[in-house]
Structure formats: structure tokens, C-alpha cells
Ligand binder design. Sequence first.
Ligand code: RB5
Length: 162
Amino acid sequence: MRNTKFSAQEDLLLKIAIGSDHAGFELKEEIAKMLREEGVEFKDFGTFSAEPVDYPDIAAEVSLAIISGNFDLGILVCGTGVGMSIAANKFKGIRAAHCSDEYTARLSRKHNNANVLTLGGRTIGQELAKSVVKAWLGARFEDNSRHAKRVDKIRLLEEKQN
Ligand code: RB5
């Protein structure tokens, strides 16, 4: 299915992996509903209820799904968005950005090539969160720019750790 509504480039096909812990469950459900309505292709990695679960487990599932190449981008929701971003950023190749406003969300794609967006289910209103998701999905990395060189330096930092 083509995600033309949010696409800066009409021909781009994006597959999104989403997930949350219990604290992000409600917002994650809202985001899933919005993506479904907009015809965006996505897979929900849970959680599927308000029963407590550990956010690193969900962050790992979504991060590995992206690293595998089966998904392009991920959206993770926990209470604050912080735990999800810390956990997701432990994975090589993941660039998770915790955003609470549209400008940061847009720039995290354009300049940082963020491939995971994290949100705080207990800290951001649902309507703002949905606008942030739309802004994030609608922006594209400015490849072949000064930013590409910087993002590549992040990759080199990862290489040095191993
Ligand atoms: C869960 O209570 C809460 O700690 C978690 O959702 C998240 O906010 C962690 O960063």
C-alpha cells in the first residue's frame, strides 16, 4: 500500500513498525488508528493491553525489525518516550529521536535521518502526538548534504565501539 498522504516523495513506500509499553498503549492505539485511516502500511508489535510490560522488550522487537530491513521506520511509545529512546538507541543502526513537537520531528528526519520516533504517552496530548507523527513521516533525510557526513560520523562511532 502506498503512503502517499505523508510522503514528501510520492513514489516512496514506507513500512512502519510500531510498539509501546503499557504506559504508551493508549497513544499507540490512537496512532495505529490514524495510520490505518491514512492507508499507511504498518505492523503493531504490541503491547496489546494496559497490563505492565517492560519497554526494553518492545524497543528491541521494533529495533530488530528495522535492522532486519523488513521495516523502514519505527514509532515507540512509553510513558515519557525516554526509556524507549534509550533502549532503541542501543541497537546498531538505530537512530531514535524523542520528539514532542513537529519542528523537532521534521528535523530529526531531515538532518539526523532518525529511523525511530519515540513519544511519551503520559506527556503529550493525543492530537499533538498525531501531528508530530505526521510531520515525522512526511519529512525525508537530506541526503547528499552536510548532514549526511555527520550522520555517517555517528555510524563510525558505532563501528569504533565494536
Ligand atoms: C512505565 O511506568 C514507565 O517507566 C515507562 O513507560 C517509561 O516512561 C520509561 O521511560
